[in-house]
Write a new protein. Structure first.
Lengths: 114, 113
């Protein structure tokens, strides 16, 4: 039973064409994270929501935006995708932020930019 | 950005053998050290995590050893099985926000039958 669901599994977009990736969770967790993972590299945190509070990482490009309309859903918007934005995008959730709060990852969306 | 250095990049082990992956961190303020397992086409999954107030934590065949003075920690997989073949990531961060942990670059483990 998938608890963190990412759609679509694969997304192809054109250079400069806005794209939105979605994440939903059935866990009722407070925290939702978006990571970018390029091939054979570590996941890199882009931003996270703690409830409705948005927290952007300092080195996340302005091209990346996020929305969390409710507890269950979170979206990643890439306003003008470049070739360098091709990657796996991972969504994760946790009940809270502490040590005992396990991260649950979705299966990711593989984004290709043509 | 704080670095987490992971080695080796790839590892091949025979079935039944011990797999050992090492990580080193820089920031002495870190107090949360998890290991994640990732299969191809899937998101990472938390395997085991440790805090610096203990030197070892064991869960089944997986053990984390932690050396606070050396700022190093390692994952030992005992009796490695072909089903353990995956990419393993260490990470280091703060218990106040586990999701902001810095990941190592990963180790691809292949366990041969």
């Amino acid at each position: 039973d998938a608890m963190v669901i990412q759609n679509p599994r694969y997304q192809v977009t054109q250079f400069g064409k806005p794209v939105t990736l979605s994440c939903s969770q059935t866990l009722n967790h407070n925290v939702m994270y978006w990571y970018q993972q390029k091939s054979s590299q570590a996941p890199k945190l882009l931003f996270h929501y703690y409830d409705k509070d948005f927290n952007n990482e300092a080195d996340t490009p302005d091209n990346f935006q996020s929305r969390r309309p409710n507890t269950s859903f979170c979206f990643l918007d890439i306003r003008s995708p470049g070739l360098g934005d091709a990657a796996m995008y991972l969504c994760a959730t946790s009940r809270d932020k502490g040590f005992n709060e396990k991260l649950f990852f979705g299966s990711g969306t593989q984004l290709s930019v043509l | 950005q704080q670095q987490v250095k992971q080695s080796p990049q790839s590892l091949i082990v025979q079935k039944g053998g011990i797999s050992i992956i090492n990580c080193a961190y820089e920031n002495t303020a870190f107090d949360y050290f998890p290991w994640y397992q990732q299969f191809p086409g899937k998101g990472p999954a938390l395997l085991i995590a440790i805090r610096p107030d203990v030197s070892e934590k064991k869960e089944g065949r997986f053990t984390i050893s932690f050396n606070k003075s050396a700022k190093q920690f390692s994952l030992h997989i005992m009796d490695s099985q072909p089903g353990d073949s995956a990419t393993y990531f260490c990470a280091a961060g703060k218990t106040t926000n586990a999701g902001k942990s810095t990941f190592g670059d990963g180790t691809t483990l292949t366990v041969k039958p």
